[in-house]
Design a protein around this ligand. Structure first.
Ligand code: CUA
Length: 316
């Protein structure tokens, strides 16, 4: 319904119906009370109008039942909105365990997309229908916001940080992608398309030429080019931690605190190696700030991720 009007874009994700239901509920509550209050104002204004020039209104000294009612009923309604809203929010912020991960880098004024198989695209994102997709996003410059109205999802894309957004599309087609955070002169031109395809079509599209190889293999090449492998050796004889099997684990730091090895931790460890040094190692790693681009960082992160399934050799 109302898909013809630009205010109500089509619903093309599993989340769209839930967001709309809550939205219409809020709209309904607002309309009901607006009409009720406006109607009562008009009704009482007429009913209790001054009939003679010297008429004086009757004194009123509160009414307990009335006050309890207008306190308890709104409390009840706002609690419904709160619990309902929280449940939608949690569903939106927690991706399922099995997702198709895709990296996104925002920059003035374009969206750069990097698939794990090595496919890259600009201002377009191809995804298979029915599959939970998780976008891991960052920005090269200022704050942008990745917004797909038809999926009812939006997330800020922030320099120096990874934010995620997930969705599961339900209908093949082409959908608008907008930048929803003012980011400079051509903010309004920072738009694109989400192309939702049947899984078989998607596979064909993916295999359609990716001469550079997978993102992880690009990361592996970079890992060697930057000589990371001289210290991060897989035989536990290096001066840096073994990276095989590390991603997703919790590590103890020099400070005694612990940290989970996620995308943000790997990124920080490349750019600011001394920030969170793993226990048992010296803070001797140089910073790579300014030496690697956001896209190269993503390749390195993906490479470290790809090692997660490998057995970790313990230092003796
Ligand atoms: Cu990017 Cu607005």
């Amino acid at each position: 319904m109302w898909t013809g009007t630009p205010l109500f874009p089509e619903r093309a994700s599993t989340m769209a119906g839930r967001v709309d239901a809550l939205y219409f509920f809020l709209l309904g509550i607002t309309a009901f009370f607006s009409l009720l209050i406006a109607g009562l104002i008009v009704y009482y204004a007429i009913k209790y109008r001054r009939r003679t020039p010297d008429a004086v209104g009757a004194p009123i000294h509160g009414g307990l039942a009335l006050e309890v009612a207008w306190t308890v009923i709104p409390l009840f309604i706002t609690m419904i909105v709160f619990v309902w809203g929280a449940s939608v929010f949690f569903a939106m912020s927690r991706p399922p365990d099995e997702t198709l991960d895709i990296y996104v880098v925002g920059k003035q004024w374009m969206w750069k997309v990097q698939h794990l198989d090595g496919q890259r695209e600009i201002d377009e994102l191809h995804v298979p229908v029915g599959r939970a997709v998780k976008l891991i996003m960052t920005s090269e410059d200022v704050i942008h916001s990745f917004f797909i109205p038809a999926f009812r999802v939006k997330a800020d894309v922030i320099p120096g940080r990874y934010t995620t957004l997930w969705f599961q599309s339900t209908t093949p087609g082409r959908y608008h992608l907008f930048c929803a955070e003012y980011c400079g002169t051509k903010h309004s031109g920072m738009i694109g398309q989400i192309v939702v395809m049947e899984p078989s079509e998607y596979q064909t599209w993916l295999s359609g030429g990716s001469p550079e190889g997978s993102l992880a293999s690009t990361g592996a090449k970079l890992f060697a080019d930057l000589a990371c492998n001289t210290c991060h050796r897989s035989d536990a004889q290096g001066r840096g931690p073994v990276l095989e099997g590390l991603f997703g684990k919790t590590v103890t730091l020099q400070s005694g605190e612990t940290a989970t090895v996620d995308e943000a931790y790997v990124r920080e460890s490349i750019l600011m190696p001394s920030a969170k040094v793993a226990a048992g190692f010296q803070p001797i790693m140089p910073t790579f700030q300014g030496l690697v681009t956001e896209e190269q960082l993503l390749a390195l992160v993906e490479y470290v991720k790809s090692l997660r399934g490998l057995p970790q050799v313990q230092a003796r």
